[in-house]
Each structure stands twice: as C-alpha cells, then as structure tokens.
Design a protein. Structure first.
Ligand SMILES: Cc1ncc(COP(=O)(O)O)c(C=O)c1O
Length: 415
C-alpha cells in the first residue's frame, strides 16, 4: 500500500505512516494483543465506508443510502456466526472495551455488582477497575489466581461469589497463559444466579479455530477483540443468545455508540472471511505451538513462567526469582532497542508497581503471522534471555539487534 496520496496532502503524516510500516517490518511484534492484518483488511478499512452514517442495524437504519453498509455488516455477522457459532452477534463495538460496556449497559443497573479478576493477576481495566467507567458505575469485587500455581482459583472464585452475590461474573483475561475453564465459572454463576460474561478478547482467534474450548453456549455473553489472535482489524464484537439480542443491540446503539465505523466493520468482514479458510486453523495452532516452544526455552534458561508454561499465545515471565534486581521495564526498554517489542507486565503477587512491574509478557500471534515456527521461537527465546541477562550492556543489545534484523529480513511483512 502506498502513502503517495497522503504525502501530497500531508508529508508529516506520510512520514509517520511510513515510519510505522518500517517499524513493523523491522521489529518483532511480541505484544500479546497485537498482530498484523492482511493488505485486504487494510484496504477495506480505508474504503469510502468511512464516509457513511449507518446508525441502526442491517435493514433498519436511521439514514438512507445504506444498501452497501447493510451488505458489509450482514457479511460480517454471517461470517462471525460461522466462526463462533453464536445465535446473535453484534459486530459494531468500536473495541473490546466497548463490547464489554455494551454488555454491562445491556443487562446491569448502576450499582449492580461485578465479580472479576484482579488487574495485577491478569484481568482487564474494563472489568471494573476504578479508572474505567465500569469501576465507577458498578460495585466491583475481584477474585485472584492462586499465587502458587498461577491458575485461576476456581474454588476461591466460587466461594467469593457465594459471599458477594454478584450480578455478573467476568471471565477471560489479558495476561493469563492458561486455558480458562469457562464451564467451572458458569457453575459459580449459576449457583448465585449471576450472569457470566466471558471476555475472549485475547483468544478470539484461538476459539474460532477450535484450538481453545469455546465459551459460546456456556456463558451468557461472550465479548472479543477482532485484532489480537484473529486478524480482522481493530474492533470488538458481542455474542449472545437470541433472548438478549435486543438488549445488547440497544446498549451498543444508541446506548453507548453513535454511527458504527462501517469501514472497520468492512475490515472485520474481510478478516472473518480469511479466518474461515482452512489455513487459519493451522495458523492458530502454530501460534500456540510457538508460544509453548518460546516458554519451554525460556524455562531451560532458568526463567520462571507464571503457571510454569502456557496453553495459549502468550507467556508471562516473573523475573523476580531469577533476576531479582531487574524490572520488567528494564527488559522492555532494552529489548525494544534490540528490535523485540513486548511489554512489562504485573505478575500475581506483584511486589513492584504497575508502572514498573516484575514481569514481561510475550506473545506469538504477530511472529506466527510472519511465518515463524517453533525453531524460530526457540531462537527468539535465546535472544530475549541474552537481553534479560544484560539489559544495560550495549554490545549484547546490539548483537541481538543484528540477529533480529536478519530474522525480519528472512520473514518479510509489508511491501
Ligand atoms: C481481556 C481484555 N478485554 C478487553 C480488552 C480491550 O480491548 P480493546 O483494546 O479493543 O478495547 C483487552 C485488551 O487487551 C483485553 O485484554
């Protein structure tokens, strides 16, 4: 894709866009929530649909001229239903956070009670953190992972639910490397007559490909992002049974959003079509295999993984046992200098701050899109380890950077 036309109008933005393309081409994107979409998805996202108001839903719009908007949204919905098998799917949420907002607004009253995983244990801001609207409008208590095992403490969650009697239990996480037992959480929700929202933002693609067990048909509501383990461009989705369809749709529009971003809905439609191809299942499985290979090699180097490994697309390294004087931010910064982009992350039982935590989170969706396999990911683990050992050694960082350059040349991304 060329930015020549942008350049004619706005060289400063063209410089930034080209800079970002070069950055993505020349670095290893290992932020677990990021991926690289196809040129087809990007083309759809930059289409004339950005001009179109289409408030409402296919066939029931508040504006004229919506025939093509209807076509695109219906395609996105139909493909999403094929991917995830839900009765009803709303593809309009602008993001995963907006999807969660849609569920809360759809079925909760202000002051109702949310029970969700603590942010420092892998939860998400939109699950009721005080800095997010959900923490301001609803009452929130949080459950935790077992700090010994790193797994969700399902028993503790169940007991907590019986004491707290929440209106909704939120499952699905941001920094949790293990498969989630949605059925077990549903048991707790049933025991206290609470709704269950399964937020599969991170594993949307793994669930679509059948690589992870699906909460669809188990939880009352399933929300997701469309740009993490599935490559359909930035956005969110909500899935539910038909009985909740009207409440959810009304909570998205007009409850919390205006006109849908139809160009992004077009991107979702294209990305969902790509995910229905047989190759996507192989991609999702490879993403997991790569994360397992990455994690195993980091362990061989003596690093400590939360939960001792991974079932999904990410690993969470607790630096404290092996490198007590090194923080996640030290490692994040040095790795970025070497061209490996991941993020510092809190770990269960965090003893530092959320801003300068004790862990790093590394994901494989982006590397897998580039074509990396297990051997490549083992080598990436070696490179990460070299930097963890010597984050302030410029020679080590430069050497790792040279190998990253070779790897990115070997696996090109965007033209
Ligand atoms: C579990 C979870 N839910 C929701 C979100 C929010 O997604 P978005 O950034 O699209 O709003 C994230 C983002 O990483 C997440 O990890």
């Amino acid at each position: 894709m060329s930015y020549d036309t942008v350049r004619e109008t706005d060289p400063a933005v063209a410089d930034a866009l080209e800079g970002e393309r070069a950055r993505q081409n020349d670095t290893l994107a290992m932020i677990a929530s990021e991926n690289h979409v196809s040129e087809a998805v990007m083309e759809a996202q930059s289409s004339e649909l950005t001009n179109k108001y289409a408030e409402g839903y296919p066939g029931e719009r508040y504006y004229g001229g919506c025939e093509y908007a209807d076509d695109v949204e219906q395609l996105a919905i139909d493909r999403a239903k094929e991917l995830w098998g839900a009765d009803h799917i709303n593809v309009q949420p602008h993001s995963g956070s907006q999807a969660n907002m849609g569920v809360y607004l759809g079925v909760l009253e202000p002051g109702d009670k949310i029970l969700s995983l603590d942010l420092t244990h892998g939860g998400h801001l939109s699950h009721g953190h005080p800095a997010n609207f959900a923490g301001q409008v609803y009452e929130v208590e949080q459950y935790e992972v077992d700090e010994e095992t790193g797994y969700v403490d399902y028993e503790g969650l169940h007991e907590h639910a019986e004491e707290y009697e929440p209106d909704i239990i939120v499952s699905g996480y941001s920094a949790y490397p293990r498969e989630v037992d949605f059925a077990r959480i549903q048991e707790a929700a049933d025991a206290v007559d609470a709704y269950h929202l399964a937020d599969i933002a991170h594993i949307t693609g793994l669930v679509a490909a059948g690589v992870h067990e699906s909460p669809v048909g188990v939880a009352d509501f399933v929300t997701g992002s469309t740009h993490k383990t599935i490559r359909a461009g930035r956005g969110g989705i909500i899935m539910c049974d038909d009985e909740y369809a009207d409440d959810i749709d009304a909570a998205v529009f007009p409850g919390s959003q205006g006109g849908p971003l139809m160009h992004n809905v077009a991107g979702k439609a294209v990305g969902f079509k790509e995910a229905l191809e047989p190759e996507f299942e192989a991609y999702a499985q490879q993403t997991v295999d790569n994360a397992v290979a990455l994690g195993d090699r980091l362990k061989e180097h003596g690093l400590d993984l939360v939960s001792d490994g991974t079932d999904n697309h990410l690993v969470l390294v607790d630096l404290r046992p092996s490198h007590p004087d090194t923080t996640g931010k030290d490692v994040e910064a040095a790795l970025e200098d070497a061209g490996i982009v991941l993020n510092a992350n809190t770990v269960p039982g965090e003893t530092r701050s959320a801003f300068n935590p004790s862990g790093i989170r590394a994901g494989t969706p982006g590397l897998t899109t580039r074509g990396f396999d297990e051997d490549d990911c083992r080598e990436v683990a070696d490179l990460i380890y070299d930097v963890v050992e010597a984050p302030h050694d410029d020679d080590v960082v430069a050497e790792v950077g040279e190998r990253v350059d070779e790897l990115t040349d070997e696996y090109p991304l965007y033209e």
